[in-house]
Ligand binder design. Structure first.
Ligand SMILES: [Zn+2]
Length: 312
C-alpha cells in the first residue's frame, strides 16, 4: 500500500473523485472561517474554541489535545492571541504542523500592544487580513500538495472579497460626522479597525482581556465621554459587559446620557444562527451598529422643555 500521506490525496483540479477531506483544526472562529474560505470542501475544518469564547484566556481541555493530535494541520491566529495555548501548540508542533497565520504578516504593518509586542487583532483590518488567505493556501498545500492550485485560486478569491469588504466598511464609517468617530469599547481589540477606517478607538482594558480594568480606567473614560460628548459605548460578545455598564452609569451620574451601542463581535464570531458566523458578516454587523449609534448626537440627560415632544 502507499504511504498514509496519500490517504488525503486528490486528483488534479477538475479531475475525478476527491479523497476524504483533510482534517484541519483552527483555534478561533475567525481563523476557522478563513480556512473554510480557502479550502472549500477539500478540508474538514473543526474549530477548537466555540463561538463567544475569549481566546486570550482559553485553556485547552484534555479532549482538545486529542482533537489537535488527530488533525493533519493546525491553524492558529498567532501573535500570542492564544496566550494560554502557547506551550501546547509549541509541543504539538513536533507531531503536527502548526501555522500561526498572523505571524506571517509583514511586521511593518502591525501595531504594537506594548513596546516590541505586536497587537494580535489583525482581522479587523480587512485589507491587512486579505494577506492571510495566501498564507493558509501555502500551509494547506504543504499537507495536501495535489490540491495546491485549488487552494491558491480560492485564496485569491477570498482576498478579493476581503478587499471589497474593506472598501464598504471605509465608506460606512466615513458617514459618521468626524467629531463623533470615537469607538469606546470593552477591550482594545479594535485598534486595527480604527487605523484602517479612520475612527479613534478607546478600550477600557488593554489589548489582552486577562487584565481587569481598574476604577481609574473607568473614571478616565467617563471624563472623556462627558467632555467630548461621545454618544455611545459598546460591549463585546466575548467579554463581560461590566465595564461598559459602569461607563454608562458613570456618565449618567455626571448628567450625561450615553447610549449602549450594542455588543460588537471582537475576538469571536457569532454562533450558528446569529447571522455573524463569518468574518465578513461580523464586520458588517459591527459596522452597522457603530454607524447607527454614532451618526446621531445624543441629547443631554435633562433636555430643555421646548425640546420635549419632538421625538426620542
Ligand atoms: Zn482581544
Amino acid at each position: 500500500m502507499l504511504g498514509v500521506g496519500l490517504a488525503y490525496g486528490r486528483t488534479g483540479a477538475g479531475g475525478g473523485p476527491a479523497g476524504p477531506p483533510v482534517p484541519v483544526i483552527a483555534t478561533t472562529t475567525v481563523v476557522a472561517d478563513l480556512v473554510r474560505c480557502v479550502a472549500g470542501d477539500r478540508v474538514a475544518v473543526e474549530c477548537l474554541m466555540p463561538p463567544g469564547v475569549d481566546p486570550h484566556v482559553y485553556r485547552a481541555t484534555p479532549r482538545d489535545a486529542g482533537r489537535l493530535l488527530a488533525a493533519r494541520l493546525v491553524v492558529a491566529s498567532g501573535l500570542r492571541l492564544e496566550g494560554r495555548l502557547a506551550t501546547l501548540l509549541e509541543r504539538l508542533g513536533e507531531r503536527v504542523p502548526v501555522v500561526h497565520v498572523a505571524d506571517g504578516l509583514p511586521r511593518d504593518r502591525l501595531l504594537e500592544a506594548a513596546p516590541g509586542i505586536p497587537d494580535p487583532h489583525v482581522w479587523f483590518d480587512a485589507a491587512l487580513w486579505s494577506e492571510t488567505p495566501r498564507l493558509v493556501a501555502d500551509a494547506l498545500a504543504s499537507v495536501d500538495p495535489v490540491s495546491a492550485e485549488h487552494y491558491r485560486a480560492r485564496a485569491d478569491a477570498c482576498a478579493a472579497r476581503l478587499l471589497s469588504l474593506d472598501h464598504s466598511i471605509r465608506g460606512a464609517i466615513a458617514s459618521i460626522p468626524r467629531d463623533r468617530r470615537v469607538l469606546v469599547t470593552s477591550h482594545d481589540a479594535f485598534r486595527y479597525f480604527g487605523r484602517a477606517y479612520g475612527i479613534e478607538v478607546v478600550g477600557v482594558q488593554g489589548t489582552n482581556t486577562s487584565a481587569e480594568a481598574g476604577l481609574g480606567d473607568i473614571n478616565r473614560l467617563v471624563e472623556l465621554i462627558v467632555s467630548r460628548r461621545i454618544p455611545a459605548v459598546f460591549a463585546e460578545t466575548s467579554v463581560t459587559d461590566r465595564d461598559v455598564v459602569a461607563l454608562v452609569e458613570g456618565a449618567a451620574a455626571r448628567g450625561r446620557r450615553v447610549r449602549f451601542g450594542g455588543r460588537l463581535y471582537a475576538d469571536s464570531l457569532g454562533a450558528a444562527g446569529s447571522g455573524a458566523e463569518t468574518l465578513a458578516a461580523a464586520l458588517q454587523a459591527n459596522t452597522a451598529l457603530i454607524v447607527a449609534a454614532l451618526r446621531e448626537p445624543v441629547a443631554d440627560a435633562a433636555p430643555p422643555s421646548d425640546a420635549m415632544g419632538i421625538g426620542p
